[in-house]
Design a protein around this ligand. Structure first.
Ligand code: GLN
Length: 485
């Protein structure tokens, strides 16, 4: 076993005992990167020199007996849509292919303050719009389980990096499933926290009312450790909520006796792969065996979630992405232009890829005078109905479960020409974003050698119960599979 295969919590103990130094650990992760990155392409930018310097600083502080942060010396990868001071931040888009932020986003700063060693910036679908990491301007990421298949997306680089041992942990962002779905397809754990729990300051906005940053890790304990660091109120994000942050690792008791678990009726039928349905059913039986009370719950409006999402998210994106105009930062056309408007047009035509343009057009249309009420307004009403469905279900149960993704990792290229098929990848995850709730994906089996993910959904700001359930499941299920890379 290589060091990069260990969980963060195991490595923290090894670092504490000085069985290994942060520099040794970092070097071993970069050895692994050198070995597999040509096949996986999880990263847009690697920051090896910086990482080794940070690791050396941690070792020095440890040797001097200084107090260290909770993640001191751990190699962590950051999705390339989070601002990192002095380090290229592209959103996997041509329009930002030369952009170096002058500040750290809040989550990134908190990770640094906790002592992480940043390995680099991970690949994503351009501006996080996608479910396969194929729309990146820098080329696709491959799934470590089978490099002919996609890693999911949009945090495909982060999920692939963790699965392949190219980082001990990673952070991603999730607007409609972009943490949970790639975690599912890559056989790792991914948590989308409650909207408002983690600051979005420095996260390049896609759909501001949906975006959340969260952990992608090897197990639930690592997710709790990482969440401990990044959660919390931030004055720089007006949607971040002042709330007490418990020590999430304390919630991991292994005991879920009497917990009420509801299986979503609407997400166990049509469109869900038979193997996935069977794995989720078996997982639910396992939870029952641990003493949970199992029932069925209904989210009657979930069938409209995708339609509502594909109006709300593009509407917000069309507004958020208006800032990329080539004036103050990012790509600007080199062509001769007659005036400023032509400069904008050429810059944006060159800088954005097809999927981003599709979303901008969809969103602009949905918001245009005369259509606003029929599209955007209507979608917001559906969003409220979906939130009410969840509220009603949480009157009956404490945790809601479903598949994370309707299929396992699909072949590269299989869905690029059919946006609707691609959008369907998120049927199970999107309702959770619309309702602002926390959702986690944990591995629950294999189909054709590819991982299956179980989604668990909790009450707003009750990450403790969610993590406790996921952890109890993980212990009982005993997932030890790894990609053979
Ligand atoms: N796949 C969804 C989309 O394309 C969700 C993306 C995300 O969560 N960032 O919008």
């Amino acid at each position: 076993m290589e060091f990069s295969d260990y969980t963060a919590h195991a490595l923290i103990e090894m670092l504490d005992r000085r069985d290994i130094s942060a520099v040794e650990l970092t070097k071993s992760v970069f050895d692994r990167i050198a070995e597999v990155e040509p096949d996986v392409h999880a990263y847009v930018t690697l920051t090896e020199e910086l990482a080794l310097a940070e690791a050396a600083a941690v070792d020095k502080r440890r040797a001097a007996g200084e107090a260290l942060g909770p993640l001191a010396g751990l190699p962590v990868a950051v999705k390339d849509n989070m601002a990192t001071k002095g380090v290229l931040t592209t959103c996997s888009s041509r329009i930002l292919n030369n952009f170096i932020p002058v500040y750290n986003g809040t989550a990134v700063q908190k990770l640094y303050d906790a002592g992480i060693v940043m390995t680099g910036k991970t690949n994503l679908d351009e501006f996080a719009m996608g479910s396969s990491t194929e729309t990146s301007y820098f080329g696709p990421t491959h799934n470590p389980w089978n490099i002919d298949t996609v890693p999911g997306g949009s945090s495909g680089g982060s999920a692939a990096a963790v699965a392949a041992g190219e980082a001990v942990m990673a952070v991603g962002s999730d607007t409609g499933g972009s943490i949970r779905q790639p975690a599912s397809l890559c056989g790792v754990v991914g948590l989308k926290p409650t909207y408002g729990l983690v600051s979005r300051y420095g996260l390049f906005a896609f759909a501001s009312s949906l975006d959340q940053i969260g952990p992608i890790t090897k197990d639930v304990t690592d997710t709790a450790l990482l969440l401990n660091v990044i959660a919390g109120h931030d004055e720089r994000d007006s949607t971040s909520v002042p709330t007490d942050i418990p020590d999430y690792t304390k919630a991991l008791t292994g005991d879920i006796k009497g917990l009420r678990v509801g299986v979503v009726k609407e997400l166990m039928g049509e469109g869900i792969d038979v193997d996935i349905k069977a794995a989720v059913e078996a997982s639910v039986r396992l939870l029952g065996g641990l003493g949970a009370e199992i029932s069925e719950v209904s989210l009657p409006h979930s069938e409209y979630a995708l339609s509502a999402y594909y109006l709300i998210a593009p509407a917000e994106a069309s507004s958020n992405l208006a800032r990329y105009d080539g004036v103050r930062f990012g790509h600007r056309t080199q062509d001769e232009v007659a005036d400023m408007v032509e400069m904008y047009m050429k810059t944006r035509a060159e800088g954005f890829g097809d999927e981003v343009k599709r979303r901008i057009m969809l969103g602009t249309y949905a918001l245009s005078a005369g259509y606003y009420d029929a599209y955007y307004g209507q979608a917001q009403k559906v969003r409220t109905l979906i939130a009410r469905d969840f509220a009603a279900a949480f009157n009956q149960v404490d945790i809601i479960v479903s598949p994370t993704s309707p299929s396992v990792a699909f072949k590269m290229g299989a869905k690029v020409a059919d946006p609707l098929q691609m959008y369907l990848s998120d049927v199970c995850t999107i309702p959770v974003n619309l309702a602002g709730l926390p959702g986690i994906s944990v591995p629950c089996g294999l189909s054709g050698g590819l991982p299956i993910g179980l989604q668990m959904i909790g009450r707003a700001f009750d990450e403790s119960t969610l993590l406790r359930t996921a952890h109890a499941f993980e212990l009982a299920f005993g997932w030890h599979e790894k990609p053979n890379l």
